[in-house]
Design a protein. Structure first.
Length: 504
């Protein structure tokens, strides 16, 4: 359980600076600040798939217009149609005034070329175009961040999968992974598999809560065999499903199958999301069998143990359990501090040790939230040209730090107060819409705010089965990402909850 000390009031000079200092943000710094907040507002799958690969191109202060580069038309359409409202609100919050965001199709290479041309045309004069958001290589990254081999680039003529085969993140290496008691087994297993694919543990199944480093390990594992000429493919289960559906629609099923079955190492992130999808499970079952029979390596990640994935077919469950299963737990204080010290080295300004210790004590839930808090604090200090202190961190993160633990009853009361339904109806067996939506929202918030297990939540809401709870949690989570109204409802209930209006 996370415990918080009483919030420290910001010194008057910092408060005045936040409210009166004119904003002159660099495009990359502005987008970095927005990304830090967006990372805390959406699921890992959504952030990593649609938001994380974007990069700032320019910021027009007169029009308050931020232009962001997007890698392909499909991602651009998704951002504009599904996530625009959330991103715009976050940008407004970062700038503290209304702003507009525009997404354009452009690769990082094109952006870099545009910047070089602009600089030459202006004889070195500054321009709005910025590549500051591009990842900066660490001194020891040169060995582990190669250009993609021709084998990977030409692995398949199936266009969607070919693009997915090129998504290993150069920032995610074993050198950049901090090892502690919470992740030692998973880390050791990944190194063993990377060194001897299909010989050590096959399949390797990693599981742990959100934001604990599973994706980092998948990418790090993939780099070593890829450097040695192996054909490595990384894909999320969501992308696998979407590409399968698309291949059926475009009559390219055989190409799709070859793209995933003619590989040396297959890395699948968030495999739990194929549960309940009959066609996807059928396709992945045969893909798994084909690879395993050919002595090819399979590595899977999930937020839960295979036995805890409800509606997963038994034949898949037994195969997932046929290799090594390694769990990842939340990091302890020493590991959190080590992670922040490592991340601080790549920040554009020095991070005092007292700020690192402060964040390590206060942010205990997961690594993603820890890194997001550091990014957010550093970005604000840069944007406001303020010294990076514990007081500033307290001010910037006050929405996180002032949240105290809540009980299951408090969550249920807050939901009932908001939707104006009785606790008895919420826990009852009624199936009308007026009570089903509040009940599902309660399940989602109980999972998020209290960390209770699915069976515990089901018991608290009238003895419901844990599979019902899991379905409701995932359903509301998807609606929050795609429906502004549902997201507003969730935020309003949270406000009641943490302001005490839903408490006994």
């Amino acid at each position: 359980m996370i415990t918080h000390s009483p919030p420290v009031s910001a010194p008057p000079d910092i408060t005045r600076e936040f409210s009166t200092k004119p904003l002159t943000p660099n495009a990359a710094h502005l987008w970095q600040a927005a990304l830090g907040e967006l990372q805390l507002q959406m699921t890992k799958a959504t952030f990593d798939t649609w938001v994380k690969p974007t990069f700032a191109l320019s910021y027009d202060m007169e029009r308050s217009l931020l232009t962001v580069g997007v890698r392909n038309a499909y991602a651009k359409q998704w951002l504009e149609n599904r996530l625009y409202g959330m991103i715009e609100r976050t940008l407004n919050h970062v700038l503290n005034h209304p702003a507009e965001i525009r997404f354009v199709l452009k690769t990082r290479e094109e952006s870099e070329g545009d910047e070089l041309a602009a600089r030459e045309a202006n004889n070195g004069a500054s321009t709005f175009v910025s590549t500051d958001a591009m990842p900066q290589a660490r001194p020891n990254d040169s060995v582990q961040t190669p250009m993609l081999t021709d084998k990977v680039r030409s692995a398949s003529q199936y266009t969607p999968s070919r693009s997915q085969a090129a998504t290993l993140n150069p920032k995610y290496t074993f050198d950049a992974y901090i090892v502690g008691n919470s992740n030692r087994l998973a880390h050791a297993a990944c190194i063993a598999v990377a060194e001897r694919p299909a010989e050590a543990y096959n399949p390797l199944f990693l599981y742990g809560g959100t934001g604990l480093g599973k994706t980092h390990l998948l990418h790090a594992l993939g780099w070593i065999p890829q450097l040695r000429g192996k054909h490595v493919v990384y894909v999320s289960s969501e992308t696998f499903t979407n590409e399968m559906v698309n291949s059926i629609r475009t009559q390219t099923t055989e190409e799709f199958r070859r793209a995933y079955r003619e590989v040396d190492v297959l890395l699948v992130d968030d495999i739990q999301f194929i549960a309940g999808k009959e066609s996807t499970q059928e396709e992945f079952f045969h893909t798994f069998n084909s690879l395993h029979a050919a002595n090819k390596q399979i590595v899977l990640s999930s937020d839960r143990h295979p036995r805890a994935i409800a509606t997963l077919e038994e034949r898949l469950r037994s195969r997932f359990e046929g290799g090594l299963i390694a769990d990842i737990q939340p990091p302890d204080f020493e590991t959190r501090a080590a992670i922040l010290r490592f991340k601080a080295e790549a920040q554009p300004m020095a991070v005092p040790s007292e700020v690192i210790d402060f964040l390590s004590r206060k942010i205990q839930s997961n690594i993603r939230e820890l890194n997001g808090a550091l990014t957010r604090v550093v970005a604000y200090a840069q944007l406001m040209q303020a010294p990076l202190t514990v007081d500033l961190a307290t001010t910037v993160l006050q929405d996180i730090l002032t949240q105290t633990p809540v009980s299951m009853d408090q969550v249920i009361n807050a939901v009932c107060d908001y939707y104006r339904v009785s606790v008895e109806d919420l826990k009852g067996r009624g199936r009308n819409k007026e009570v089903v939506t509040p009940r599902q929202m309660a399940m989602y918030l109980l999972r998020e705010a209290t960390g209770s297990s699915l069976p515990q939540i089901g018991e608290a809401l009238g003895g419901r089965d844990h599979t019902t709870v899991m379905y409701s949690v995932e359903k509301i989570g998807q609606e929050i990402e795609q429906d502004d109204q549902r997201r507003r409802e969730m935020l309003a209930i949270k406000e009641r909850l943490y302001n005490g209006q839903g408490r006994n």
